[in-house]
Design a protein around this ligand. Structure first.
Ligand code: HEC
Length: 190
């Protein structure tokens, strides 16, 4: 039994020292300008999702999704989020590929998570990534407004859709129509 425990302790010590040595001798990669491999992305995403499942309170958005709140959400998003996640004008962000992991294009691919999930992500950020925690910068009300917008980006009420189009020249849904049009053109060419 004593030998067994000694074996366990020695193995653990070797692992810990090996890990420390690996890091201290500079083998640990620290560059952010490459894409994470698929397995790492999958593992990390599952860990983030599980942590959120465990920690995030299941709260409903206390603000009604009025036109005004959604339009405020657009302004807040543009000022705080577009630089990494891409503009509401559907242009890619200047920094989207500059993080490890990269920042997802939230306007082109809006999150389909429930609002409590999105709210928690924005409020607390995601550790070891470029996603900041916004609880010290934005009020809860502002975060809920952005949350309301992101979770409704593809089903905005017509008045908000008009506001969107006037402000950004293009509205969600336009792109799909355009793509459909392109496809049709392609088809006509061949
Ligand atoms: C400095 C860059 C940066 C800014 C600014 C930023 N984010 Fe992020 N965000 C990231 C990165 C990088 C990730 C990817 C993290 C990951 O993959 O785990 C991320 C992830 C997210 C996610 C999770 C997406 C998913 O697939 O689950 C949401 C939601 C989000 N951000 C919302 C926002 C909102 C809203 C704002 C503005 C209030 C914002 N972010 C501002 C860099 C940023």
């Amino acid at each position: 039994m004593g030998k067994f425990f000694l074996g366990v302790v020695v193995t653990l010590a070797v692992l810990v020292l090996g890990g420390l040595g690996f890091a201290m001798l500079g083998f640990f990669p620290t560059a952010a300008n490459i894409e994470p491999p698929r397995w790492e992305r999958h593992l990390a995403m599952s860990a983030v999702d599980s942590s959120m499942e465990r920690h995030a309170p299941r709260i409903a958005n206390p603000l009604p999704a009025t036109d005004q709140n959604l339009e405020d959400g657009m302004k807040l998003y543009t000022m705080n989020c577009a630089v990494c996640h891409g503009g509401l004008d559907r242009k890619p962000a200047s920094l989207d590929k500059s993080f490890y992991p990269p920042a997802p294009a939230l306007v082109l691919h809006p999150p389909d998570d429930p609002e409590w999930h999105i709210f928690y992500t924005i409020r607390t950020g995601i550790r070891y990534t470029g996603m900041p925690a916004w609880d010290k910068t934005l009020s809860e009300e502002s975060i809920w407004k952005i949350t309301a917008l992101l979770s409704r980006l593809e089903k905005l009420p017509p008045t908000v859709q008009d506001f969107y189009k006037n402000s950004f020249g293009i509205a969600p849904g336009d792109e799909e129509e355009k793509k459909e049009g392109d496809k049709k053109e392609d088809h006509d060419h061949h």
